[in-house]
Design a protein around this ligand. Sequence first.
Ligand SMILES: NC(=O)c1ccc[n+]([C@@H]2O[C@H](COP(=O)([O-])OP(=O)(O)OC[C@H]3O[C@@H](n4cnc5c(N)ncnc54)[C@H](OP(=O)(O)O)[C@@H]3O)[C@@H](O)[C@H]2O)c1
Length: 243
Amino acid sequence: MSLQNHRAVIVGGTSGIGLATAKSFLSRGAQVIVASRSQEKVDVAVKELGTAQGYVLDFQDESKMKQFFEKIGDFDHLVVTAAGGGSSNGPFGSLGIDVARAEFDGKFWGQYTTVKAALPYIRESGSITLTSGVLAARPTKGASTLVALNSAIEGFARVLAMDLAPIRVNVVSPGMVDTPVYSGMGMDAESLTVMFQKVAQSLLIQHVAKPEEIAEAYVYLATNTYTTGSVLQVEGGAILAGI
Ligand SMILES: NC(=O)c1ccc[n+]([C@@H]2O[C@H](COP(=O)([O-])OP(=O)(O)OC[C@H]3O[C@@H](n4cnc5c(N)ncnc54)[C@H](OP(=O)(O)O)[C@@H]3O)[C@@H](O)[C@H]2O)c1
């Protein structure tokens, strides 16, 4: 599964799943461009990745995204792993609509804006891979906003697969993954370890994913030339286990 001579843009590629995906693409010979909001994260990621280029941007900003893709020019694979928020849990009605809107802005509308701005530059033989989350397939109580927005991403991608063909459009739906997103939500190391252990015990696969295990799904969807309109679940058996 070579990506030799392919150019890939990974929006959100400076941390967690996106950073691991950048490494996997590079190891298959791709030229990689990573982007996110924080100059510091971009600098650290570019240093760690060695040969990748890095850009600072907010994927919710339409005009900045247009300028970015104009600068990048033609490329083969778009991966979007960027997301903010993720902390809007609570019984329906307990949180303000502004909180729900901000969650959609920070994930669904960012992905939408990115695809729209990137489209003129993605080669017809190329691919787009978006990111949802296992909650779309396995809703839990109190997660109405996160379930709705991840389901929206999967529906959006299915229609894009038709509208943008022959460009292939797919979604990776991760289960729980050990990434900096949790420390970013203010969880301390001890509470994180306890949470991961509890989740691991209930999963069929008995461990919480490392970002590298999810990254391979993005490589598969970029390289398999016969897959489009699909949602690839990489969730350690969470759906079957009912957690
Ligand atoms: N980790 C999990 O357990 C899990 C489970 C299910 C689904 N997911 C999904 O997987 C994806 C990746 O999550 P992760 O755990 O790898 O998170 P992460 O480590 O926090 O990485 C998120 C990345 O997105 C960037 N980002 C956030 N908001 C952005 C914006 N407005 N514009 C541009 N870049 C932005 C961040 O960098 P900056 O701060 O520099 O912008 C960072 O590089 C997300 O869609 C998440 O919802 C994760």
